[in-house]
Design a protein around this ligand. Structure first.
Ligand code: PHE
Length: 342
């Protein structure tokens, strides 16, 4: 075989192994196209080999030509194969479809207790009450003493709590905010104080060591029990409905005199008697009363000039009634099956 033919055959071999390397490195449609141009285009490597055929010994042409054709077919086939492989394993960028709807992020909802708290706040703000806040860690002075509950008074036992060093404690009610507010401003005062409270209670369906209250306080010249009744009644009607009745029963709190417990007529049976109201027709809400003059003594208000009323309410209690929840503990469990319903 002539030297020229041998040269071309070894060139063919060289191009083939070059192609093998290149095709293995192809990882995108763009690279595939580049490789196709380098080897198969009119000015490509194969074409340049074909153009040497004419200069060969006529007897050796068929052999070299067949070898060239084999390589050409192989390159075409390999590139086709590569192309379909690339098509089935599309890169993330190739498969990104900007017209598809996006994933909607989940925003969550406001906790049912906080929703009820917000409603209570709105109703009282609409009646001219300001929203005050106080610390959850209180001193014995604000939580008990200034509320006319002396050290050995038995009503401290009913509000046993968690004590911290240096006479600090977790507040058992929101009533200390009455004292803090009166210390910081002169009458007239008209405020509510929502917040978290704590008691040393064993959890059950109606008790939780952590719960929420809303306190109310109004102090001015000539404030009477009738004003208290009017405000509570207006609140009940706004919160539930216009038919709700309010009842005051005698009660006792060291910081109010006279004191009362107040009930709403049952919103489920309209007072007829049902399971929720235990057939009494009434739902107990909380306590209220006229501010005890002894309390004014602690904040330097003159009881000869000013009178006031105060009331409390349990947020959980109201939320349980509103949403017919029968176990208080479910509010704190963060169970999404429950929370997603609000
Ligand atoms: N602080 C009382 C309690 O926790 C409720 C109350 C508030 C009573 C204001 C009278 C006036 O039970």
């Amino acid at each position: 075989m002539a030297q020229q033919s041998k040269n071309i055959l070894s060139e063919i071999q060289g191009v083939e192994s070059e192609f093998e390397k290149e095709v293995a490195a192809i990882d995108s449609v763009t690279k595939l196209e580049t490789v196709r141009i380098v080897f198969l285009s009119k000015k490509g490597k194969l074409q340049s080999l074909f153009s040497h055929l004419g200069a060969l010994d006529p007897q050796e042409r068929p052999l070299v030509g067949a070898e060239l054709n084999r390589l050409k077919n192989r390159i075409q086939e390999d590139l086709l194969e590569k192309k379909s492989a690339l098509g089935s394993a599309k890169s993330p960028v190739d498969s990104f479809d900007p017209t598809l709807p996006g994933k909607t992020p989940s925003f969550g909802t406001i906790h049912p207790l906080m929703q009820v708290l917000g409603e209570i706040e709105n109703i009282f703000m609409g009646m001219g009450f300001r929203v005050e806040e106080g610390p959850e860690i209180e001193t014995e002075f604000y939580n008990f003493e200034a509320l006319n509950i002396p050290e050995d008074h038995p009503s401290r036992d009913m509000q046993d709590t968690f004590y911290l060093p240096d006479n600090y404690l977790l507040r058992t009610h929101t009533s200390p905010v009455q004292i803090r507010t009166m210390q910081k401003q002169r009458p007239p005062v008209r405020m509510i104080a929502p917040g978290r409270c704590f008691r040393r209670d064993t959890p059950d369906a109606t008790h939780s060591p952590t719960f929420h209250q809303v306190e109310g306080l109004c102090v001015d010249k000539g404030v009477s029990f009738a004003d208290l009744k009017g405000v509570i009644m207006a609140f009940a009607r706004k919160l539930f409905d216009a038919e709700v009745k309010v009842r005051f029963r005698p009660g006792f709190f060291p910081f109010t005199e006279p004191s009362a417990e107040y009930d709403f007529s049952c919103i489920f049976c309209s007072g007829q008697g049902c399971r929720v109201c235990k057939n009494t027709g009434w739902l107990e809400i909380s306590g209220a009363g006229m501010v005890d003059p002894a309390v004014f003594g602690f904040v330097d208000y003159d009881p000869a000039i000013y009178t006031g009323y105060a009331f409390g309410m349990g947020v959980e209690r109201i939320a349980m009634l509103k949403y017919q929840v029968h176990d208080i503990r479910i509010f704190y469990e963060n169970d999404l099956r429950f929370l997603r319903q609000f």
